[in-house]
Design a protein around this ligand. Structure first.
Ligand code: HMG
Ligand code: MG
Length: 299
């Protein structure tokens, strides 16, 4: 299969990245980050989540962040909603796209959202119905697609089955999450081949955490499988609070560098992107997880 001409990057740093920061991050800093990212040309930004603050304290200010960002027409600003309460809160905050998240492993589902896979899918039904009334698109996530921190191996068929349930209930795109970053390119290709048996490739996205340094290779493998949407995190921020030791998503800067090298369009400006990453890293008092940003800033 030939490489695509255009790839859409879904920037998850403000959500997947910051949800895992131990120190509090101010609403102002989050707003600045989102605005920096839209200025850099990202067309889809996951701004926050409407989850229980007892479970993920860092996302508690998501409503204020949504109220203060400078919205651009061409940009989708999305939020994670685990249940109907979260969906209602998101609608009250003027959110125009939400994401629901399920897991391919039972143990992870219990640890992450305190219910079984089938219970989580049932919880999403009223969200899907209400979203239709609001005219809001719903994206679906499946976690642990290439391994689970509690159960180990996860069969591609199991991922395909959960992904297909989300797709059948109306999620317009399904993002397959390598939550713990253990996947390798061969397994990634096999996964997409299996899931594509049920869902068109154009409706699938890849979400690779970079714990084992495999994310770029996995994205390249996914491109060869006809996948054109990838979730990435500015400066490689983040991890998952319920997957101990898992590092952040692959850095947006590093994916952009690879895509630029392949001649694939994204609409994103590298200099502005690196500046956005630099600013948030200064706020957080940490080093960037992007090798490209490090190399560029050392020049
Ligand atoms: P629960 O304890 O089973 O729910 O949590 P509950 O209904 O019994 O409610 C418990 C308390 O939470 C109650 O408050 C509710 O009001 C409140 P209390 O009466 O004790 O004061 N509550 C809420 N508060 C705010 N917003 C809400 C909400 N719902 C209930 N929406 C629940 C179930 C799903 C709420 C909880 O487990 C939760 O919030 N989990 C979120 C976990 C999470 O955000 N994980 C990280 C995101 S997923 C991820 O990172 C993976 C991904 O990146 C892909 C990948 O990498 O694989 C997407
Ligand atoms: Mg994630």
């Amino acid at each position: 299969m030939s490489l695509p001409q255009f790839v859409r990057l879904v920037e998850v740093g403000p959500r997947d990245g910051l949800q895992n920061e131990a120190q509090p991050v101010s609403v102002a800093a989050k707003v600045q980050l989102v605005d920096d990212l839209s200025a850099a040309g990202l067309s889809y930004i996951e701004v926050g989540s409407f989850v229980s603050p007892k479970w993920v304290p860092q996302m508690a200010g998501s409503a204020q962040v949504f109220a203060q960002i400078q919205r651009k027409d061409a940009v989708t600003y999305a939020a994670l909603t685990p249940n109907f309460r979260g969906f209602e809160d998101a609608m009250a905050s003027g959110v125009t796209e939400v994401a629901v998240f399920a897991a391919a492993s039972e143990a992870f589902s219990q640890r992450n959202i305190n219910c079984s896979i089938s219970e989580s899918l049932e919880r999403f039904v009223p969200i899907m119905e209400a979203a239709r009334l609001y005219g809001v698109n719903v994206r679906g996530y499946v976690s642990c697609v290439l391994g689970c921190p509690y159960e180990g191996k996860v069969a591609p068929e199991q991922v395909a089955s959960v992904a297909n349930e989300l797709f059948a209930m109306g999620c317009y795109e399904i993002s397959l999450g390598d939550t713990i970053g253990t996947g390798t390119p061969g397994a990634t290709r096999q996964l997409f081949e299996t899931v594509a048996g049920k869902i068109p490739r154009g409706k699938l996205a890849g979400h690779f955490h970079d714990t084992y340094g495999q994310a770029l290779a996995n994205i390249y493998a996914s491109l060869l499988e006809g996948i054109q949407v990838f979730d990435t995190s500015i400066a490689g921020l983040g991890g998952c609070p319920y997957a101990k030791g898992a590092s952040g998503n692959v850095a947006t800067e590093d994916v952009l560098y690879m895509l630029n090298g392949l001649g694939i369009e994204t609409g994103i400006d590298m200099d502005l992107l690196i500046a956005a990453g630099q600013r948030v890293c200064e706020v957080l008092g940490r080093h960037t997880g992007s090798r490209v940003a490090r190399a560029r800033l050392a020049r």
